[in-house]
Design a protein around this ligand. Structure first.
Ligand SMILES: [Zn+2]
Length: 86
């Protein structure tokens, strides 16, 4: 390589590296965030009650329970029955 051009080649390399790192820093600011998917809602079955479920599957969380003909309530997550049959 021509030794007289070495400082210029070095300067170009430094400026190029600075431009690349600047572009990398600015790119996330310019990029638009993607639109989040709208949440989907489902209607609960008529008569559904939110009751605490004490099974290990549900871990005492409040889960939807659907009424049964015998008067009990069945958890829609773990199918555990709640209440006294009538
Ligand atoms: Zn449950």
């Amino acid at each position: 390589m021509n030794t007289e051009l070495a400082p210029y080649v070095g300067a170009v390399a430094v400026v190029s590296a600075a431009a690349i790192t600047w572009a990398a820093r600015v790119a996330p600011l310019v990029a638009r965030p993607t639109e989040p998917e709208p949440a989907s809602f489902t209607e609960p079955e008529p008569g559904t009650r939110w009751l605490r479920c004490d099974t290990t599957t549900c871990g005492h969380l409040t889960r939807p329970h659907v009424p049964q003909p015998d008067g009990t309530w069945v958890c829609t997550v773990c199918a555990d029955s709640k209440g006294e049959p009538q």
